[in-house]
Design a protein around this ligand. Sequence first.
Ligand SMILES: [Zn+2]
Length: 134
Amino acid sequence: MGWDCKECGAEENPDESIECYSCLFLLFHPLKLVSADTGRESKKIKLKLAFGKKLLDEFAGEDAQFASEPQFRVFPNPLKQWVLETVQSVKNPTFINGSEPIEDQTVLHQGDIISIGSRRGNEDKMKLMVHVEG
Ligand SMILES: [Zn+2]
């Protein structure tokens, strides 16, 4: 199948690619998570990805120890927004910008802060800033 580029008209770009092979037009912008503690960044995310302790340990600093495996998933929705989906079984829930743990799915915006905390409330562990490239 594939997709046709609306920018240059190139046909049959592979479905798993978000970049036109001909003109490098991007279907949507890749996502990065930037650690507030270490200043380090995740790799560029272009497709659905599950974040857990192991992956977070690479850039999020010591607080990655509070994460589960997996802790949350991110993926682009059909509106080309990035969505964070929580995992129900985690030990410490995921928060976005606030005091209530998020349920199910939330659209991410530039500059949002993702953190993990305890069931008692947000303790701002492992703060990660949402950075959408572009
Ligand atoms: Zn193109």
